[in-house]
Design a protein. Sequence first.
Length: 326
Amino acid sequence: MELQKRKNQLDFSKIENEIRVFAPATVANMICGFDILGFAVDAPGDEVAMYRTTEPGVRIRSIQGDDGRLPLDPDKNTVSACVKMLLQHLGIENEFGVEIELIKHMPIGSGLGSSSASTVAGLFAINNLLGNPLSKEELLPFCVEGERLACGHGHADNVAPALFGGITLIRGYEPLDVIKLPVPNDLYAGVVFPKVDVPTRDARQLIKGKVALKDAVTQWGNIAGLIAGLYESDYDLISRSMKDVLIEPTRAILIPEFYEMKQMAMDLGALSFGISGSGPSVVAITKDESIAKQITEKISAHLTAKEIESLHYVSAVNTVGPKIIN
């Protein structure tokens, strides 16, 4: 009934002909919160340009910045597939069509939520073209389906912060329950992407199906401490809590120079240091932008000396999420 009402309220004569949207990269897990915590950053990110057409259907017009790695088939590309799902959900897939240009500004397989940024940008774009019939909360399940298509696992720790901005907690999946957490004013992220290949599927396969109870208790305490620290803007508590005893020891094996980079970051004053998502990107959490810059520059220089190319970014937590751009 409610869905039919929204469909009836859509005025197709007022739908815009085109829109361009930016959606941000994300740091999933936030070191100690595997699959349940994540935050958005200002850069990098992806853009989607969307154009209304009279011919029904969803088509990919072009993809830039992917080195030919992403599918142009609209049923296999996460952006177009999710847009198609949303139009079918609203029952308007035959009313008009859209063509999509995807502009990748972030590396694929970086551990920075590349697929989620693209998917969120596409869904945010089509929802705005339609006059926002769905809330962000209602868009989220479509974003999760995009992650399922991209990597075989429908998790929300990347798409939730990319869509809502800020720091998000995935309290549960059945039903999907996302909570926005407070963002301390001086929290910064220094992200370094070593150009080595760590596919998400491979990284997940390394994770143990069972863990020792003492390690689980330690991790639960760290997650609870981190959340308490965010609410209190207690940087010492945040620092003590952002430690990963479950996932990092296994995934670090896939990232060259991980422990050397971690030592550098901590010596320069990072609150914490760990793996972004499934890697290979790493992230230093700091209380000061200048410290984050020092850390990323030193780590990048170290990787260069080891003949490993890298990219690096420094950002406060992005509290906006996707945005319409000119």
